[in-house]
Each structure stands twice: as structure tokens, then as C-alpha cells.
Design a protein around this ligand. Sequence first.
Ligand code: NAP
Length: 495
Amino acid sequence: MTDVLTPLGERLKDPTLLKDGALIDGEWIRASAADGFPLYNPATGEVICYLPIMGTAETRDAIASSEAALRGWRATSAINRSNILRKWAELMRDSADDIASILTAEQGKPWDEARGEVIYAAGYFDWFAEEGRRVYGDVIPSNTEDARIIVLKQPVGVTAGITPWNLPAAMITRKVGPALAAGNTIVVKPAALTPLTATAIAELGLRAGLPRGVFNIVTTSKASEIGDEFTSNPVVRKLSFTGSTGVGRHLMRQAATNIQKVSMELGGNSPFIIFDDADIDQAVEGVVSAKFRNAGQICTAANRIFVQRGAHDRFAEALKIRAQNVNVGNGFGEGVEMGPLIDQKGFEKAEAHVQDMLDHGAILLAGGHAHELGRTFFEPTVITGLESDMLPWSDETFGPIASIAVFDDEDEVIAKANDTEYGLVAYLYTHDLGRTFRVSEALETGMVGVNTGRVSNQMAPFGGVKQSGLGREGSKYGIDDWLELKYINLAGLSR
Ligand code: NAP
């Protein structure tokens, strides 16, 4: 993986996984340079390919295809749906190298990290293949002797998903896995910046035996047209969205028209709290994972790092040295730990956050500038002196900027950590068990990582509170969002 300039097709063992089109009713629809939108490699700026700009009419076709497929798919036994999902997961693992190359080319993250995401993403198909087989109902004692109350769990129907560019494989499978396991059909709109990972996964779905129309993909550079159709078409009974809080809010308003079910996985502004008694080396590695992984472009990224006064200087110095040694480069380069930011807008945001902090008196310890590789590359950055009037306090940085604030006691840091409209995840480093419980319970977030910088896995309920979202993905709870309860009052049982 050292030749960073090899064209994408030549990297793949199976070049037929490169699908530069949308998938509607089992057919690939392609575009030309004249009528498509360009997809860029964020590390090199080269155009990878052109994809179809789909709008209302094509989205309507995709929804109609999912509607036609629904009857057969929901009637398919849970075990047969499960078998297809497990086969799909297997095919993803077999092609993990190829999908990782596609992902790195369009998203920029290091190839090993991309491969890790593919394996992680396939795990959602495995997990929900099993959960789909355990969608149990209930039989409840009735209020009359001659009746029984029976509760069924049924698929919602035709559903839609909209996903972001930062985790282009996992954000698809985390929705499509439970949707299909539960017997729904789904139309997905992947991010315009990373459609090829989604289409490669879709191609493997067809190979695994998905009937046409069960999973459709619409691509576009006109997201709002697709969003409008997803939320206004009465056939679509649920929208699952992962992305920014602003777009999520807008889609929720639109979904209110048809009282459409919604799941929202939105933005974060995660506090990362390090107490004096913490293992500082472990805390540094935790921050590296939660801050420099994917160049800080993850919803669970540590946005505000709070360090207790007694540990502050030691921690800041250790993180500075670690940041200066992060190997930045094209994701295809050997040993690269951090790739470029996704685009110029992302780069400018990182720059603005650094500048704003420096303007307000923060102190730069490492990085802070465009990386010598140019374009969208930004240096891993460490800044101390974060205060509430600085941008990262209230705004998701989405870049490799570790912003550190100092605190003195537990109550103070809880208040500061909760001083945000977001509530996705918080991290906590301490060896004091009582404090672990007190602080974890007081934090207004959907998830807490204790002595770890990672919280995402298939087994756990992922999701936020406050303006970070509604609903949970993954875990035994994750399938509930894709099911409706139906109660049957079965009477007349007495002789
Ligand atoms: P974004 O701008 O909100 O875009 C997300 C998706 O929504 C993309 O597919 C985008 O399409 C689409 N979109 C934008 N405007 C739309 C509209 N009016 N109608 C319908 N769809 C629309 O977010 P992003 O920049 O891609 O992703 C970063 C954000 O996602 C961050 O805030 C991050 O925290 C959040 N995120 C949350 C989670 C979680 O699980 N909580 C996970 C990952 C990311 P285009 O690509 O075509 O613009």
C-alpha cells in the first residue's frame, strides 16, 4: 500500500466492485461527465469518477421499487433474511481489502483504518442477522377470562436512510442491517462525498442474494430534493438519518407532515475528562483515538478535553509529543496514521477554530497550521487554555485539534461538560470507582467511555440525548426502531 498514486481500479482485486452508479430495482444507473457530479480524492484532488445526480423522479422510482419488494421481503422467513445478511457480511470480509481501498480513495482515512471500518461495518450485518431471528412478541393476560392479548412486532414498511461521509461503510450497515433483518425495505442516500463505498456494499448485497428493490441507492449532489421526497412521499414510513444536527432538525420538521417515524444520529461536542488519579499514558492514547482517528472527523470525537489541574501540565506535554509524532499522509502510504480532511470546507473550519482560540488567548503547543502536504492536510494540533468563549466549546471542530481546558473539582467539570446542547458521548479517565459512577450518572450524554477513547461496537446501544439525536443503533435495542408493535385482542375463547 505504498504507491499512493495508483489509480483506484488498478488497486482492486475485483474491479467490478467499483460501481459509479445508483442502484434502483436491481439495475445500476450510471452517469457521464456531462450529466453527473464529480467525486474527488481528498488527498490528491483528482476526480475519481462521476455519479448520477438524482432528484425527485428517480427517488420516487426507488421508493416504488422498495414498495414493490416489501411484500415478498417481509413474508420471507426471519431465518432466510438472516442467512442473506450473514452471507453479505462474509462477502464484505472477503472483499475488505478492496472496499478499504475504495473508502480510502474517496474519504482519505488511512487504509488500515478503512479496512477496520469495513470489518466493523460487516459486524452489523452479523449482529442483526441474529437479532432478526429473536424478534419475539408477547402474550399478555387479558382483562376478561375469554381473551388473550397478543403482541406482534412487525416491520415498519418502506424506509429511507441518509448517511454521512465520515464513516461511509459503518453508517450504512448500522441502518440497513436492522432495517432488512426486521423485514423492511430501504432506500439509502449516501453522502455525495463518499458514494462508492455504499455502492460497493450494495453490489455485494446483490451477490448475497438480496431480491431487487429490497435495498436501493440513490446518489446525488442535490441532497434536499431526495430529502424532500423521502419525507413527503406517504409510502415512506420511517427515515433514519445520520449527520449534522442542523440537517437533522430540518428533516424532522419535514417528517412531521406525514407523522413519519424518525431516528436521528446527530452531531456531538464530546467532553473528555481526565482526573488527577488517571493513568496519563492511557489518557493520552485515549485522546489520540478519540481525536486524531479519522483526522478528528467522527461524531464521537473529543471536542473539549478537561484535565484536572494536578495532571494538566504532564498530560499536555505528553499529548504534545504524541501529536508531533502522528504520521500524516495520503491514506495509501505505509504507516500513515492520519489522512487529509474531507474537503476545503473542513480544512477552513479547523483553521478557524485554531485562530479563534489563539485570538482569545489560548496557547498553541503543537501543530496549528496547514500540513506541508498541502491541500486538505492539517497538522495534528494541541492547544491549551480552552474557555467557554472559544469556538470548540460550543461547536463541533471535526478536525485534528485537541483543545484542552483545566478544572479543579468534580462539580465544576460536570457543569462544564454539560454546558452544551449536544449529548452524544463523554469520556472519563479515573480509577476512583465512586467518582466513576457519580460523574457517569451526572453527564447528560447517551454514552460514557470510562478509561477508553472508544465506545462504538455492535453489541452496545449507540446514540445521543439532547440535540445529538433520537433512537439507538446497534445492540438488542437497535432493532426496535425498525419495528412496530401490533396488539391483537383475541377474544371468544370461553366455552
Ligand atoms: P450533513 O451535512 O448533515 O450530511 C449528512 C447527510 O445528509 C449527507 O448525505 C448529506 O448529503 C445529507 N443532506 C444534507 N442536506 C440535506 C437535506 N436538506 N435533505 C436531505 N439530506 C441532506 O453531515 P456531514 O457533514 O455529512 O457529517 C458530519 C456530521 O454527522 C457531524 O455533525 C457528525 O457529528 C454527524 N455524525 C453523527 C453520527 C452519529 O451516529 N451520531 C455519526 C457520524 C456522523 P450530501 O452529502 O449530498 O450533502
